[in-house]
Structure formats: C-alpha cells, structure tokens
Design a protein around this ligand. Sequence first.
Ligand code: ADP
Length: 256
Amino acid sequence: AAGAPVALSCTGIERVFGGLRALKGVSLDVRQGEILGLVGPNGSGKTTMVNVITGFYPPNAGKVTLFGEDITALKPHRVAARGVARTFQNLALFKGMSVLDNILIGRHTHMKPSALGALFYWWWAEREELAHRRVVEEMIEFMQLQDIRDEPVEVIPLGLQKRVELARALVAEPRLLILDEPMAGMNQEEKEYIARFILDASEARGVTTLIIEHHMDVVTSICDRVVVLSYGEVISEGEPQAAISHPSVVSAYLGE
Ligand code: ADP
C-alpha cells in the first residue's frame, strides 16, 4: 500500500461545536488497500472526523477527497453512493429483521430505483435481486454467519451483531470502509475473529480501511499505519508501534 494511490485525502479539517474546536486542522491520507488506524483518547475527535468524512457533519474548513473527487460536505447518502461504507460505535442494525435481511440492506447502493423496473422489467428486476442475494449469501459464508442467518438480529450476542454489521458494510463492496470501534464490548475470542475478518477483507478483497480502535494490540497487529489524535490535532503518525509509543501519545493517554 506504500506506493499505492491515495484513496481518501483529508486536509485541514476544522469542526467547531459551539465554542469547542473539536477538530483543529486535521490532515490525513488513506492509501488504496491500506488499513489506517485512527487512535486517540476519548474526546480527541476521532468520531467527529469520521462524521465529517461520511457527510454527517459538514466541516467548518478543510477538504475531503475520495480518489481525487471532492466529496466535502456531500450528504451522507451521496458519500455512500460514491463507495464509502461505515459501521457505527453503537450498532445500527434493524431490530426485528433477520441477519440475512440486515446484510441485504448493505446492497441498497447497488440497487436501481425499481418502481418502473418492477412493472415493465420484472424479469430483469428478479434477476438483479437474485444477483444481490448471491453476494449476500457469499458474505454470510465468508463471515461464518450461516447458522444464524434467519435469526432476528437482536437475539444474537453482541460479538455476532458486530460481525453482521461488518458484513453489511462489506457487501456494499466499498472503495473505503470505515469502522468505528468494531470490537467495542467484545471478548478476546470475538475480537480475534473480527480482526481476522478485517485482515482477510483487506488482503483478499483489497478493501481500503479506516478503523477507529482502542485496543492497541489490535492496532499494532492489523494496521499498516496509524494516525494519533489528541484534542483535535494529529500528534503522531506512522508505523503503528512507533506511532503509538511516541512520548506525546503516552502522555496524552495518561492525561498529563
Ligand atoms: P472521540 O471519538 O475521539 O471520542 P469525538 O469526536 O466523539 O471524540 O468528540 C470530540 C469532541 O467533540 C468532544 O469534546 C465531544 O464532546 C465533542 N462533540 C462531538 N460531537 C458533538 C456534538 N454533536 N455536539 C457537541 N459536541 C460534540
């Protein structure tokens, strides 16, 4: 990924909430095929950065480009349509729907508005629906969710729900995958599972990934590069082990 083209480029991102400067000119790049870790103490601006990239919060200044195209302040659905998929710190699954249907929703950016299609081209729409189902079935297998595919999503354990959310993001076949604490609340075994799926998706499918993660063992084992935020500023970046053992990072985490 070192010589790969830049997939996501953020320059000088500013975001203010009332009197609080949550992001003070943050710049970062994610290269194609790379797993970039975004770390930093609570309140350092990680989720705000993701919300700016995905169009949930327009920045007060700065620019976001995706494969060279300016996507700054596009609405979230437009950012999604350009190939950015994300998962949320607090799960955003649809209760009452099955695991399979929740994952199928991830295909919506690939589906055509089909009111007319359904009327006049029902045969074509049906074939398209089948193609989407095939992608979803393959993902269910890849993520080892076969046994629970028909379960309502709210009855399965948290670790599996997180896995379903990751599957939903992956079936969108994103050009950029953004994961906000995909391992929060998981036990060790579940963490290792998710870490492996993220690595597999990156290696086998070439998925470009930006991941917010608190577990430093995970960060050093799966990330190619790390950017560390503190009080809305980049205080360190580079190769994971070096970036997180920088003295300013250690003191930021210790609150000194
Ligand atoms: P992190 O994800 O690193 O924990 P956040 O991006 O959630 O940090 O928050 C950065 C700062 O911005 C915090 O001080 C937080 O309280 C503030 N903040 C985040 N979102 C909002 C919001 N919607 N309204 C007001 N303040 C916010």
